[in-house]
Design a protein around this ligand. Structure first.
Ligand code: AVJ
Length: 322
């Protein structure tokens, strides 16, 4: 059956290397991107519909309300370049308002890219859709067809919040190099707010976020020949105030030992595996992050509660001090 076919499929060597190195590190951690396998992506979709998880519906409402204004600040014939495959409901909202000359989704996963490009083709039959399979952490050569078009980058979902500021600045700088001089960027960033609201959003009553986090252990067992007892760990969401971020951890509820791909690991009760960061930015913080990467803020929009912001930024020309 499907399970058996999956079990014999060779494990991703990068997943294996990240897990083995991460579990052995002084502060055990596994990079967050490994949370998003099929099951993990399904669970994340479910998270976006939870009553406690405000980001997705707040950002969607902001785009519904303001994409017309965003479009009015742009010229005609933009090429919209989305960092990510554009599988969410937000992409059609922007495309409908901007009427771009072309749409270029960039994603490292060719499968996700092709699936969502297909879905968008049925919604926008006349729009040229030019998917690029690439890692957008580096500068990318965009398709020749859009060489002379003005570029609008799109990076919704507060995905930037997954990255520590140092890496976030690297990414924003790479985006600027990819899009070129004079380009603009629409980016969604989650705001700092009451800690109780944040904690509820990352530790929901129905336990979907817990299942999302624990799915990582299930995936390690399935793909890396491991025997981690899933009941030995629990989901923990904590607010790290000094770093201005929510952290997800998997915490050992008792002393536990297990094997992953032939390597033995032991965790004492209370020890954790750090699995994800979600940085939250205040009004000035978001501007500072963008400025550090060469993006000037043109305008930003936020909801009544100031929970989430959509920022329109412009690539600043190179300049000398001050
Ligand atoms: C997909 C990174 C935006 O940080 O809010 C949600 C991921 N993790 N609940 C976020 C996530 C747990 C999400 N991002």
């Amino acid at each position: 059956m499907a399970e058996a076919a999956l079990a014999v499929r060779a494990a991703d060597p990068a997943f294996r290397a990240d897990v083995l190195a991460g579990l052995a590190a002084p502060i055990p951690a596994v990079p967050a991107r490994w949370l998003y396998d099929r099951r993990g992506s399904e669970l994340f979709e479910e998270i976006t519909r939870l009553p406690e998880y405000y980001p997705t519906r707040t950002e969607t409402a902001l785009l519904e309300r303001h994409s017309g204004e965003i479009a009015a600040m742009l010229g005609k014939g933009e090429a919209v370049v989305e960092f990510g495959s554009g599988s969410s409901a937000k992409t059609p909202l922007l495309l409908r308002a901007v009427h771009p000359a072309a749409y270029v989704p960039i994603d490292i996963s060719g499968d996700f890219l092709r699936e969502s490009a297909e879905a968008l083709r049925t919604l926008f039959p006349d729009l040229p859709i030019l998917p690029v399979e690439a890692d957008f952490m580096r500068r990318i050569d965009l398709p020749d067809e859009i060489a002379s078009a003005p570029k609008l980058g799109f990076f919704p979902g507060s995905t930037i919040g997954n990255l520590v500021p140092r890496t976030a600045v690297d990414l924003l700088r790479a985006m600027k190099e990819t899009l070129g001089d004079g380009s603009r960027l629409v980016i969604g960033m989650d705001r700092t707010k009451e800690v109780s609201v944040l904690l509820a959003a990352y530790d929901d009553a129905a336990g979907v976020t817990a299942a999302f986090n624990l799915n990582l252990l299930r995936r390690i067992n399935a793909e890396l020949d491991a025997d981690i007892p899933l009941d030995a760990f629990r989901h923990r969401a904590i607010w790290n105030d000094a770093m201005s971020r929510i952290e997800m951890h998997l915490e050992a509820v008792r002393d536990v030992a297990f094997t992953v791909a032939g390597t033995r690991f032991a965790f004492a009760a209370g020890a954790t595996i750090h699995t994800e960061n979600s940085h939250k930015y205040g009004y000035r913080d978001s501007r500072l992050l963008l400025r550090a990467a060469g993006w000037g803020v043109v305008r930003d929009w936020t909801d009544e509660r100031d929970y989430f912001s959509i920022i329109l930024a412009e690539a600043e020309p190179p300049r000398f001090a001050p």
